[in-house]
Design a protein around this ligand. Structure first.
Ligand code: 8OZ
Length: 367
């Protein structure tokens, strides 16, 4: 394909997943799960409204009860959750969309009030993150974690594998392993949170081991062509820090590449914040990978068009713009104005700020 043939609005393939266009909905935490962390009925409408995306990535969904770190986030470990997600994927597919679920373990970004009785958050090392989470009591400091014993790590890998199997049972087109934003896998990657002296700590090879083992297990379970991964090399989110992210993430991507997964999804800069928070050579990272490349964070139409046309990216993920514009693809195509997003309804609540953002057509007919 020549450079001029690559447009944001043209189809693409990410592994086994065929996209109608290269505009992706980024994973967005919405805290509207019900009961035993089950996606509610409004989630069907919310995702279905956005089915014209080339690919929808769901909100992060925990792989086990211990993987939860915020109030009312959904899981993918129980039968009830699988059945509820099946209603979401059926409706997205009926509208011609594609959808993968983001698999999440928060590690140390949690609070005892959110975990099964008597459990504390788990982490590579017993170092509390300097950040807050949201519980029924509001914003609170995260709880002090305990370090995972090396013998517990195969069980965590197994939880990812089982969650991936559940995702396929729930009708998803694939999964995205959440290895970004200072959660469990990212905590293992970085020397700010990983002080282990065993096979999972110290050298870059050891710190990338959990990521590799999780990707290997998920790829083996559901097929590499249905498996993606999200990384955030320089984000400071959730107290994430590393003394030398460039070689760390280049090696992480190189190891993942050997498994030939569908895609790598990279958050450039600070998640939801400045793109230039720290220097990082993203082109060098991209050069380590032979599969699909999704970019994210602060992209507008002009930047997105350029990223795809130049051959750097295969697709561009939009977060907040997709949250506020169910018909984002049509709006970008038409250079139409975008709805403003209402931050006060991002996390928790009901249909307000969730399923009631108008399409362009609805906005015009209401005017
Ligand atoms: C916002 C609020 C809570 C969680 C992430 C899953 O940053 C999240 C998240 C975002 O990846």
């Amino acid at each position: 394909m020549t450079t001029s043939d690559r447009s944001l609005f043209q189809p693409a393939r990410l592994g086994d997943i065929a996209l109608a266009n290269r505009i992706v909905m980024a994973p967005l935490t919405r805290n509207r799960a019900r009961g035993d962390r089950v996606p509610g009925p409004l989630a069907i409408e919310y995702y279905a409204q956005r089915a014209s995306a080339g690919l929808l990535i769901t909100e992060a969904s925990q792989i086990s009860p211990l993987g939860q770190g915020y109030l009312d986030t959904p899981g993918i470990y129980s039968r009830e959750q699988v059945d509820a997600w099946k209603a979401v994927t059926d409706e997205v597919h009926r509208r011609g969309g594609r959808i993968v679920i983001q698999l999440w373990h928060v590690g140390r970004i949690s609070h005892v009030d959110l975990l099964p009785d008597g459990e504390v958050p788990v982490a590579p090392s017993a170092i509390a993150a300097k950040t807050k989470t949201f519980t029924r009591e509001g914003f609170v400091d995260v709880s002090a974690p305990r370090a995972l014993a090396i013998g517990e790590i195969p069980g965590i890998v197994e939880d990812y594998r089982r969650a991936a199997r559940h995702a396929i049972e729930a009708g998803f087109d694939g999964v995205e392993v959440h290895a970004a934003n200072g959660y469990l896998i990212d905590q293992f990657l970085r020397d700010g949170s990983n002080h282990r002296d065993d096979a999972y700590g110290g050298s870059i090879e050891n710190r990338t081991r959990l990521l590799f083992e999780v990707m290997e297990a998920v790829c083996a379970e559901i097929g590499a062509g249905r498996t993606g991964v999200r990384l955030s090399p320089v984000t400071p989110s959730n107290d994430a820090s590393d003394t030398d992210p460039q070689p760390l993430f280049e090696r992480a991507v190189e190891r993942i590449d050997a498994l030939q997964p569908a895609y790598v999804h990279v958050i450039e800069g600070a998640t939801g914040g400045p793109r230039d928070v720290a220097p990082f050579d993203y082109a060098a990272l991209r050069a380590k990978f032979h599969g699909g490349w999704i970019v994210n964070n602060g992209y507008d139409k002009a930047l997105a068009v350029q990223a795809v046309a130049s051959g750097y990216a295969d697709a561009v993920a939009f977060g907040v713009p997709f949250l506020a514009n169910p018909d984002l693809v049509q709006r970008l195509r038409a250079d139409a104005p975008l709805n403003a997003a209402h931050r006060e309804t991002f996390y928790g609540g009901d249909a307000t700020g969730y399923t009631d953002y108008p399409t362009l057509e609805e906005a015009v007919s209401a005017a």
